[in-house]
Design a protein. Structure first.
Length: 171
């Protein structure tokens, strides 16, 4: 009986280490658990773009949408920019729209970062910031970057914190 207990405890400990390693290899297991699930209709929102025009997420029905929640102060967000630019350059703009919602603290900081880094797509600013954003709450964003691939009918196809997963889904 004692041997069985020791073997059981050893097995449980090794499973715990395995689960920890899996979570470290896939950040979604740790950071994307609150994001909307595939098949969920996306909540509507309207924000001003970099030129002051009102943009609604529903404006993009009929196209796939890569929706990115980010901020210029976020190191992980900045790290994903080159891949996002490659995805956008490769995608057919008639079929795929790229929409980014910034949680920067200051609008001028956001605008300067977008222009300096030549970020494409539709750039939106949420003046509420990450902690107070109704949109962030509606989309389950607790970690940035948070990325969604939304289908042509306005439903979540993929929710992740890893841009390469979006890139793979677009291919």
């Amino acid at each position: 009986m004692k041997r069985f207990l020791i073997l059981t405890l050893a097995l449980l400990a090794s499973l715990g280490l395995f689960a920890q390693n899996v979570a470290e290899e896939d950040p979604d297991l740790q950071y994307a658990t609150t994001l909307l699930k595939p098949g969920t209709p996306v909540p509507d929102f309207t924000l001003a773009d970099i030129d002051g025009n009102s943009v609604s997420i529903k404006d993009f029905l009929g196209k796939k949408v890569v929706l990115v929640f980010w901020a210029s102060w976020c190191p992980d967000c900045r790290e994903e920019i080159p891949l996002l630019k490659k995805m956008q350059a490769k995608a057919d703009p008639k079929k795929v729209a790229f929409v980014s919602v910034s949680f920067d603290r200051k609008e001028e900081t956001w605008k300067d970062f977008v222009r300096t880094n030549q970020l494409g797509g539709v750039q939106l600013f949420d003046a509420a910031g990450k902690k107070n954003s109704t949109i962030g709450t509606d989309y389950g964003v607790q970690w940035i970057p948070a990325l969604y691939l939304i289908d042509e009918k306005g439903k979540v196809e993929l929710a992740t914190v890893v841009a390469r997963k979006v890139a793979a889904a677009l291919n």
